[in-house]
Design a protein around this ligand. Structure first.
Ligand SMILES: [Mn+2]
Length: 440
């Protein structure tokens, strides 16, 4: 969490970020009829009937302003015409280490009041002014009665504001990508040396300098058939007798911003290795098309066409491309979306809404697509086509009339390898997209 973009750029990028957010937020507040906005960082709750707390992560609207993803119970006040005010909670407690002292590169943009607990800012909630408060209703109860808690119209516009990133946010994600790629390199080496899933996971964490609690999402570390389990959540302690394939979906954090990267490897030079190379070429082609004005739904359709071409070329399916798409054969092999928005949240907000807030549901044949918008310059998206051999989906395909057009012997030989996903993080630009993962 302590990594940061190159310090010589950091201060001016962050200053510009706060100025941009302030401008946009002031306009949104005026339009919605509010005099001020309060953003809560969230409360750390103990487990039921226990005094042990789950790992804390601050609310995304708070982190979009402040590089403090681990600070609980802070409150940020945005009031047009004034500097933003931060009540920074530093508990007076000998059980825990205090959070790091405010660093001037970010704290200079706020009126920071260091307080021992949330009681200190509760009176501020009662100021007689039209207030919107963003926070978990469970944390406020009657405290929030002086404010409108999470007004949907304003919340939608704040989400929309997060879809086009500032250069500060992009640099945080670029750094998160650099950190994650160090982990990916170490993970690839661990796989090549025959390590278990748990050993690979630990090698990743060590090289990335992360502990699991500070990752933006739980890493997916699968060997062999586990590569076909899209959200595989375990890590085997012992290595398999033979490691054929390896899929790792693992990210990193920089100041609360996420990297989300997937790589797939083959231990041998057979058909599965060829498929990885073809999927990588397809993924790079698609990543190069993340340009302003394109429809992400169309790009998702292009991914399916690309997978259809790979299935045909490799002899897995002998149908014509259009017929294969018509029969939805590719959905057996690629059952998820091409990607999603990335930011403070790994699956960042507003992916299925138009800029005016109206809903943009995914097309009926691709219900899992999380991003259905037209791309804008400054969006950050993931590009993650996949090709999997998932036994339950293959069993369904086998029952379809086109089953005879599939080479089931070839498919059976690929099932033990699980599947392939390759994922980069890409900044949408008017012409050449900026691939944060490969050009770091
Ligand atoms: Mn992803």
């Amino acid at each position: 969490m302590t990594e940061m973009p190159r310090p010589e750029h950091r201060d001016s990028l962050y200053r510009h970020h706060v100025a941009t957010l302030s401008d946009k937020t002031e306009r949104l507040l005026a339009r919605a009829g509010y005099d001020r906005l309060l953003l809560h960082s969230g409360r750390s709750h103990p487990r039921f009937q226990d005094d042990y707390h789950a790992p804390f992560r601050a609310h995304p609207h708070f982190v979009a302003w402040l590089p403090l993803p681990l600070n609980a119970d802070c409150l940020l006040e945005i009031q047009p015409g004034s500097r933003p005010k931060l009540w920074l909670v530093v508990p007076d407690d000998f059980w825990h280490a205090p959070p790091e002292a405010p660093a001037s590169w970010w704290a200079d943009h706020y009126d920071v009041e260091i307080v021992a607990d949330a009681d200190a800012w509760q009176p501020a909630l009662e100021a007689p002014t039209a207030t919107a408060l963003i926070g978990d209703p469970a944390d406020f109860g009657t405290l929030g009665r002086h404010a409108d808690l999470n007004p949907p119209e304003l919340l939608g516009r704040l989400d929309e504001m997060r879809t086009v990133k500032t250069e500060w946010q992009i640099e945080c994600m670029r750094e998160a990508n650099r950190i994650a790629m160090r982990g990916h390199q170490a993970a690839a080496e661990a796989f090549a040396s025959g390590a278990s899933e748990l050993e690979i996971h630990l090698a990743y964490l060590k090289a990335a300098g992360h502990e699991p609690n500070t990752l933006p999402y739980n890493s997916i570390v699968g060997l062999n058939e586990h590569c076909a389990i899209l959200h595989y959540q375990y890590r085997e302690v012992s290595p398999p007798r033979r490691s054929r394939s390896f899929l790792i979906d693992a990210g990193a954090d920089c100041h609360g911003y996420a990297a989300d990267i997937t790589r797939t490897y083959s231990a041998d030079e057979g058909v599965f290795g060829d498929l990885i190379r073809e999927m990588d070429a397809l993924q790079q082609r698609l990543a190069g098309r993340m340009q302003a004005g394109r429809s992400y739904v169309d790009l998702h359709r292009e991914a399916h066409r690309g997978v259809a071409e790979i299935l045909r070329q490799s002899g897995i399916c002998d149908m014509e491309i259009d017929a294969m798409l018509e029969a939805e054969v590719t959905s057996t092999f690629l059952p998820h979306g091409l990607g999603h928005f990335l930011g403070v949240q790994v699956h960042d907000v507003a992916g299925q809404r138009a800029p005016d807030g109206s809903p943009l549901p995914p097309p009926s044949e691709y219900p899992m697509l999380r991003l259905t918008r037209e791309l804008e310059s400054g969006n950050v998206v993931t590009v993650e086509p996949g090709l999997y051999f998932i036994p339950s989906l293959l069993a369904e395909l086998k029952e379809k009339p086109i089953s005879g057009r599939m080479d089931w012997r070839a498919i059976e030989q690929l099932v033990p390898y699980g599947g392939i996903r390759i994922e980069d993080d890409v900044v949408v630009r008017p012409e050449t997209p900026d691939n944060l993962t490969r050009r770091g």
